[in-house]
Design a protein around this ligand. Structure first.
Ligand SMILES: Nc1ncnc2c1ncn2[C@@H]1O[C@H](COP(=O)(O)OP(=O)(O)OP(=O)(O)O)[C@@H](O)[C@H]1O
Ligand SMILES: [Mg+2]
Length: 398
């Protein structure tokens, strides 16, 4: 088999002699090295370069200024940077400048090979001699989209969504489950799952015009369990870059790639949430056992009722169900005109599991909250098996 590096069209750029010498030694002189962006430009203009690998001397915001020229010549060009230390600001500057990835120094044959593999999957232009990309095995049918919502912050949406996704991964197939963090400003799915995403839905939104399944797959962050995560923007300011239309399109694509797409949301009954609900096959409404939470749930559900949203899609999950709030469960059900489908007790193990980054269904599978999340998972899996639910769409109050 031929070495993919031989045909990858790579050029390594840096003005540091030691780095260039090391790169030459590492690749036996097979990968050309140049000292400046201007030198690399020639190869890009000629069409002989597909991947520019910038050395550590570019690893700062000002160093990245020149790369725009290369991308203007060839918008499909892949630029990757090697950095001594990868910090969040550096990653952000790199993504803003249009780089495809930042890899940690020292340069190794493996890291360059990985970068080439990633770029071959994500760059559309085919290289004639490159090995054919892995065919993507599309599933039969469409996956189920489950939105987790609440009209009050802190009620337990993220713990519900993450534990549900973990259990679906365990019970079904980890490679067929994806969780989307649609809390665009303060999403913390990755934090709760102890993941450090390098790519997020911002990249997906930027690449929307050519977002095919392999490209979208490459933007997902894998959890050690096999479950995939589409991470929220890394900082609140980037939330504006995700339009409702982009999010809708991304969810539609994910539905074609996974059997279950769990969507964690923000506590805002806005256009984005309504549009997510419209696409959801099922909605888990997480309700805290306190008066403001019940009041907000009543208002939110009333709004959905006015919009003629099918009540059968909504399942109420009562969180902190054993709290001493002196609220009567029957009264809550009467007030919300929906039954409570699952109850999660208050338990100190839950905040501990969040802080550890290990969902409670993994760290304490026999605990009461973990068993409650099993009930939630059963509801989601059962409903998937009964599509006639859709046909008998009972509407609110009718
Ligand atoms: N049943 C519970 N028992 C104890 N603590 C809980 C329980 N449910 C949630 N918590 C804690 O409450 C906090 C908020 O939970 P979570 O982040 O899931 O809420 P959220 O609805 O996603 O919040 P936000 O609106 O900020 O996104 C977390 O620290 C979590 O550990
Ligand atoms: Mg949350």
């Amino acid at each position: 088999m031929s070495d993919p590096l031989d045909d990858a069209g790579i050029v390594i750029v840096d003005d540091d002699d030691d780095f260039l010498d090391e790169a030459k030694r590492l690749f036996d002189g097979r990968v050309p090295t140049v000292r400046s962006i201007a030198d690399a430009q020639r190869g890009v203009e000629e069409g002989s370069v597909d991947l520019v690998m910038l050395g550590p001397s570019f690893a700062h915001e000002a160093g990245l200024k020149g790369v725009g020229v290369l991308l203007e010549i060839d918008p499909d060009l892949a630029i990757v940077m090697v950095a001594g230390t990868i910090t969040a600001p550096l990653l952000r500057s790199a993504m803003r400048a249009g780089l495809k990835d930042v890899i940690e120094a020292p340069l190794t044959v493996q890291s360059v090979g990985d970068a080439v593999g990633q770029i071959e999957r994500t760059v559309r232009r085919p290289r004639p001699a490159a090995p054919p990309p892995e065919p993507y095995a599309a599933p039969a049918g469409e996956g189920k989209v489950v939105a987790v919502m609440s009209a009050k912050g802190g009620s337990g949406k993220t713990v519900t969504a993450t534990n549900l996704a973990m259990l679906l991964a365990q019970r079904h197939d980890p490679a067929r489950v994806c969780i989307v963090d649609a809390d665009l400003q303060f999403g913390d799915v990755c934090l709760v799952l102890q993941l450090e995403p390098r790519l997020t839905m911002v990249n997906a939104a930027h690449e929307l015009h050519r977002l095919d399944e392999p490209l979208l797959e490459s933007l997902l962050t894998p959890h050690p369990s096999g479950l995939r995560v589409l991470a929220a923007p890394l900082e609140p300011a980037f939330a504006d870059e995700i339009s409702t239309a982009a999010m809708t399109e991304i969810i539609t694509k994910l539905r074609g790639m996974f059997d279950y797409v769990i969507v964690d949301t923000a506590s805002l009954l806005d256009e984005l949430l309504l549009s997510l609900l419209e696409r959801a096959d099922q909605v888990l409404y997480v309700l805290d056992m306190d008066l403001p939470s019940v009041k907000n749930a009543k208002l939110a559900l009333e709004t959905l009722r006015i919009l003629n949203y099918p009540a059968t899609k909504i399942k109420l999950v009562l969180n902190r169900s054993n709290s001493k709030a002196r609220l009567d469960v029957d009264e809550i059900e009467r007030s919300l005109r929906l039954p409570i489908s699952a109850s999660v007790p208050s338990d100190g193990l839950l905040p501990a599991s969040v802080n550890e980054g290990i969902p409670i269904v993994e760290s304490h599978p026999k605990s009461k909250p973990a068993r409650a999340f099993e009930d939630v998972t059963r509801i989601v899996m059962e409903a998937r098996q009964s599509p006639q639910d859709e046909q008998k769409k009972r509407r609110f109050g009718r």
